[in-house]
Design a protein around this ligand. Sequence first.
Ligand SMILES: Nc1nc2c(c(=O)[nH]1)N[C@H]1C(S)=C(S)[C@@H](COP(=O)(O)OP(=O)(O)OC[C@H]3O[C@@H](n4cnc5c(=O)[nH]c(N)nc54)[C@H](O)[C@@H]3O)O[C@H]1N2
Ligand SMILES: Nc1nc2c(c(=O)[nH]1)N[C@H]1C(S)=C(S)[C@@H](COP(=O)(O)OP(=O)(O)OC[C@H]3O[C@@H](n4cnc5c(=O)[nH]c(N)nc54)[C@H](O)[C@@H]3O)O[C@H]1N2
Ligand SMILES: [Mo]
Length: 767
Amino acid sequence: MSDKPIFQPNDAPAGGWGALHATAKALREESAILKGGRSLLSMNQPDGFDCPGCAWPDPKHTSSFEFCENGAKAVAWETTKKRVTREFFATWTVSELERQSDHWLEEQGRLTEPMRYDRSTDRYVPVVWDGAFALIGRELRALADPNEAEFYTSGRTSNEAAFLYQLFVRLFGTNNFPDCSNMCHEPTSVGLPESIGIGKGTVVLEDFEHADAIFILGQNPGTNSPRMMTELHNASRRGVPIVVFNPLKERALERFAAPQDPIEMASFGSTRIASEYCQVGVGGDAAALKGIMKLVLEADDAARGAGEPSLLDTAFIAEHTDGFEAFAADLRQTAWDDILSTSGLPREQLERVARIYMQSKAVIACYGMGITQHRLGTNNVQQLANLLFLRGNIGRPGAGICPVRGHSNVQGDRTVGIDEKPKPEFLDRLGRVFGFDPPRAHGHNVVHAVEAILDGRAKAFIGLGGNFVAAVPDKPMVQEAMRKLRLTVAVTTKLNRGHLVHGKEALILPCLARSEIDFQKSGPQSVTVEDSMSMVHASGGLLAPGSEQLKSEVAIVCGMARATLTDTTVDWQSFEDDYDLIRDKIEQVFPDLFKDFNSKIRKPGGFRLANGASERVWRTSTGKARFLVFRGVDVDPPVPHPEMLRLATIRSHDQYNTTIYSMNDRYRGVYGTRTVVFMNKDDMASRGIAPQALVEIETLSDDGVERRVSGFAALPYDILRGSIAAYYPETNPLLALAHHDVKSGTPAAKSIPVIVRAMTAETEGGS
Ligand SMILES: Nc1nc2c(c(=O)[nH]1)N[C@H]1C(S)=C(S)[C@@H](COP(=O)(O)OP(=O)(O)OC[C@H]3O[C@@H](n4cnc5c(=O)[nH]c(N)nc54)[C@H](O)[C@@H]3O)O[C@H]1N2
Ligand SMILES: Nc1nc2c(c(=O)[nH]1)N[C@H]1C(S)=C(S)[C@@H](COP(=O)(O)OP(=O)(O)OC[C@H]3O[C@@H](n4cnc5c(=O)[nH]c(N)nc54)[C@H](O)[C@@H]3O)O[C@H]1N2
Ligand SMILES: [Mo]
């Protein structure tokens, strides 16, 4: 181990001067082209570009300077001056590049021109765009069945590019749309339609001003959606209780100094965020929620027994919901022992939280990956909806459910048709507007696509953004299998693992980033994105493209479509020339959602997509909001092993998914390394693991496959016993493909059953 300390916990609040310092440093190190800070100033402004960071919405009053440390990092990372040129690819063979770290690969800078893999030299060599498209067309047409191709989307893709992509793929003949959201908020997209009739959140940003309690479950906003901290900071200042559920003490959820607050900055002050920090066990949220709901029912029984008014919103329950009786009966028979042992929380704390809930007139519940990425993540989401129903906390000001999405347009991509299980009505309309008969059979989500790649059914893989091979479960096996594909295509901005783990034919197609001017025949183009709160707005780049050879994602999709679909009647060229024409078609296919699309996005701030549940219109199977029973308390099936720990794979403060900005994680006090595992000190002691000692982590699975990583430094951390955490994607070799939510297919990346052992001289030597 080096002599530099890797672990230096400090007590500073999140945000504050540390955040400003880190912002400046990120911009300086990337020598980002931020003329006079203009690109930062125009981010999230009505005439600027949407931050490529997270999916948190922009405030209506955009006079304030709305960016955050991690938004700045995301922009610096894409506006870097560094370039990956043809000379770079001439210097390095692919085998040599493979030995470099993920961090090193992306750090080389922006991709500059289309490249094709050359087997004879094991190098990527330049190819002209038309040559690249022709190759794709030839390979796709040569497939025996269109379902042998997988068409992946990552959530930065604009609505316009995503809409054309799904059109191209369906004209080609398949619904194989593995999507990053299949690893992310799919439990929301599957669970909430059953509960409330729409797979999206119901709140808007202004609701945060009217909430009088905010719950945050399984989400780390200080790192992953830092602009949300503005709302939490303001709410806390107003005295609004904030209840957090998280196995780990996350700094920004404890104390935060708002970089936008001059007084707090000048005085080195900070604001408490969580008024109640529930250190739930990994996978213990459903148990905790059931405990709270059971207490609410008990308190209500007592109140009514004493002749006092009900503590429930009985009018809402009667008029708007169904299933209450069965739900209440299940809660009454759920044993306290199970609730307490599975949640890991003391009963007194659940009682305090239940009181906060009952005393509040308007409650918002926000959640992230800590809720969704479980074996029964969909049920987790539905329990949260149940909690809100009890007091009518949905579809009125200051109240509602708030899934905080990940990628900045992941929600929009799904809205405009990236869906492996498309609804028949949507396909009917798509077919009518474009004069064809779209394929009806359901296609592949991420898990199905990985299965098809592993067993050889898939022959071609096209990725519109993202880094599929690094983000998926069973990463080592998938990477081997990808090499058997006939074709891999990566539409990307930066070099990543996906380019190196490639098929027999392989293409890198570099695209414009969101911050860059997208100039087409009819002039500069804007694209549109949809944030976590269903707000759709335009995003137009301001900077000169990173290279003259870059094409927009829209142009690349049109190029692939033209070269593949020889008998198409769709005028792809006109779409490429003028994105307004794409939006006209989106409006025709989705007339209810996108009426007057082109005129609405010309208004600053854009518009909100219709959201029935926000107006208490429930498009569920019964026309009501549905109390859905979840029997038992375990969202992750118990694994009978005395030493089992549950591993949550999480993000550091200096990464964007598989993009690693640096090896540091300031808020958690980790420096210069990412191969660490956060453990409770008692779990370490009972296993004979000294602080910072190296350990190996092994997955408990029964399929005979050994899944193990080693050389991770164990850090004693404020985390509930039995739960541990380590960074994604380094731990993806531990995540088994079969370990996913049964309903939504989302990999259970937050609850991998593992054992941890200290490394012996022997294992250390052999690793
Ligand atoms: N800077 C930056 N921003 C990002 C991203 C990024 O990587 N970097 N990624 C984007 C994407 S795609 C997404 S999906 C979001 C992800 O944003 P988050 O949902 O915040 O993501 P994670 O860091 O994976 O995990 C969230 C939290 O869940 C907690 N947790 C783990 N297991 C459990 C559990 O069983 N119960 C509870 N209650 N909590 C648990 C962890 O301790 C962690 O604090 O952020 C988006 N924004
Ligand atoms: N173990 C574990 N696994 C996980 C998770 C976890 O918490 N734990 N989280 C899951 C989640 S929530 C998600 S969303 C997935 C993320 O999976 P992906 O979305 O596939 O991965 P990213 O790392 O976001 O993709 C990064 C790449 O996107 C490209 N890129 C960046 N900007 C653009 C752009 O504007 N256009 C295009 N075309 N390309 C661009 C760059 O080349 C960069 O290398 O990972 C999932 N995997
Ligand atoms: Mo995500």
